[in-house]
Design a protein around this ligand. Structure first.
Ligand SMILES: [Fe+2]
Ligand SMILES: [Fe+2]
Length: 470
């Protein structure tokens, strides 16, 4: 394993200096990336000092170096989790054989697709969150937003390294495309739906980092055991950074729930009178972002997913530690399907339902967080609970997409869905209201009225710490 090079234009632990062609190609991409960052990265704040962590190595002491940095000067590096031992493929038809250091020719197309799809989400989320700094509820939150933004930028670097290193001209073309698609653009949208949805305010931001970044956790974890070792090691390191993004989402929503409950009591049931967020609006935001995020796991019945698993490219969540049978040639999984207007339990070959297996794990993880928010609500004594909608509700991908379901997962009529959807999903009025209450708060330690303070600061600093120097 090569050591960390911090002196070059691109900090890395992949010995870029030893591969001049690759180094030149990536150094050529760097100004294109900076152009994208300047056009599509956070609006404003580019000359401010921000208290950010930067990965300077992959070891415990090195990957979280805190200091004041101006975002354009952030050191976007390429880091792979080191691995000095010989590994074997952990699942699928090649189970037990040595992992690949180079791409097996027959899987080139599938690996390219997997890497490009993951890569595309990274710049997309930065684009979606572009204007949120201007309405941040505190310096603490503003700093977390920018931390996430620069790290999503680094995740793009991680994926682009794989494209340049292993895919030749195709990889270079893909890397260019990654900088030319735009979130929400009609002509050149991002690849996946959730990454084209508007994220105009901080309720959506926290839902996004909670639900949509959490999809990323499960995708990355299932790739972190890939038979293609450079991909596995890249994703493994990305997961360490991703944990903070999820923390921001989960605690952000918890703080909103807490404050909303307080304001609901203080205003006899209408927190909008005090510029707060009603609990039912939070529920609609959960319904909206959770269901868009469910789509990211792909079709319930998918021969592509079966191939990715069989080929040893993409496993399940914690494949090694949570499962015993890593081949799963003959298993079945029950997947409810709509047949002649009725919901019927159907048996599907296990490998074809592997997206659903990952979605199950994701939903369990979301439930865990939901129980926490409900404990916060319980303390308020309001007698209200939040819930996750059914996985069939409000879907745009897979076998449920063409059928109208209510949030409990019952088949309903199209008319009933239309009549109720503004009650069930974040709607235009909600978004207008949420934007209207969100004004930038920049006094150190102060919070906007619609959100409670976090329980502690970042990296042991006080809440009053000047996380962004304006
Ligand atoms: Fe990411
Ligand atoms: Fe993330």
């Amino acid at each position: 394993m090569s050591s960390v090079d911090r002196t070059g234009k691109i900090p890395n632990n992949v010995d870029l200096a030893g591969d001049k062609r690759l180094q030149r190609a990536l150094e050529h991409w760097l100004p294109l990336y900076m152009e994208w960052w300047n056009d599509m990265g956070p609006a404003g704040f580019q000359t401010n000092d921000i208290y950010l962590r930067t990965a300077v190595s992959v070891e415990a002491g090195g990957w979280a170096n805190f200091d004041y940095v101006k975002m354009p000067e952030y050191r976007w590096g390429i880091f792979l989790t080191p691995n000095d031992s010989v590994n074997s493929i952990g699942f699928g038809d090649h189970y037990g054989k040595p992992t690949w250091q180079e791409i097996p020719g027959e899987y080139r197309g599938n690996l390219r697709r997997i890497i490009v799809t993951q890569a595309d989400t990274e710049p997309a989320s930065v684009e979606q969150q572009r204007f949120l700094g201007t309405i941040a509820p505190s310096l603490y939150d503003m700093r977390n937003l920018f931390q996430i933004n620069v790290e999503e930028g680094r995740h793009l670097w991680a994926m682009v390294y794989l494209l340049f290193r292993f895919f030749g001209k195709d990889g270079r073309d893909e890397a260019e495309e990654l900088l030319s698609r735009r979130s929400g653009d009609e002509d050149k949208p991002r690849i996946l739906n959730a990454f084209n949805e508007a994220c105009d305010h901080w309720l959506s931001f926290f839902c996004f980092t909670h639900f949509t970044d959490r999809d990323g956790k499960f995708q990355l974890a299932s790739l972190a055991e890939s038979g293609f070792e450079p991909l596995a090691r890249t994703c493994d390191f990305m997961l360490t950074e991703e944990a903070h993004h999820l923390f921001v989402g989960e605690t952000g929503l918890d703080r909103i729930v807490k404050r909303s409950a307080e304001l609901t009591r203080e205003t006899d049931g209408d927190p909008t009178r005090a510029g707060g967020i009603p609990i039912d609006m939070i529920q609609r935001a959960i319904n909206y972002w959770f269901t868009f995020s469910l789509d990211l796991f792909g079709g319930e019945i998918s021969s592509n997913a079966a191939n990715f698993f069989g080929e040893g490219l993409k496993g399940r969540f914690k494949e090694k530690s949570r499962y015993e049978d890593h081949v799963m040639k003959d298993g079945i999984k029950v997947v409810p399907q709509v047949i002649s207007g009725r919901l019927i339990e159907d048996e599907v070959p296990y490998r074809n339902a592997i997206n659903e297996v990952l979605r199950d794990e994701y939903i369990d993880d979301c439930q865990r967080a939901l129980r926490k928010w409900n404990r916060t609500l319980e303390k308020s004594g309001l007698g209200i609970e939040l819930s996750l909608p059914s996985r069939r509700f409000h879907r745009h991908q897979g076998i449920y997409a063409d059928h109208p379901f209510d949030p409990e997962g019952n088949l309903i009529t199209k008319e009933a869905l239309e009549a109720n959807s503004s009650r069930w999903l974040l709607n235009t009025e909600d978004n207008d209201y949420l934007v209207s209450i969100m004004n930038q708060v920049i006094e150190p330690g102060k919070m906007a009225n619609w959100i409670a303070a976090p329980s502690r600061g970042i990296n042991g600093q006080a809440l009053e710490f000047e996380y962004v120097r304006l």
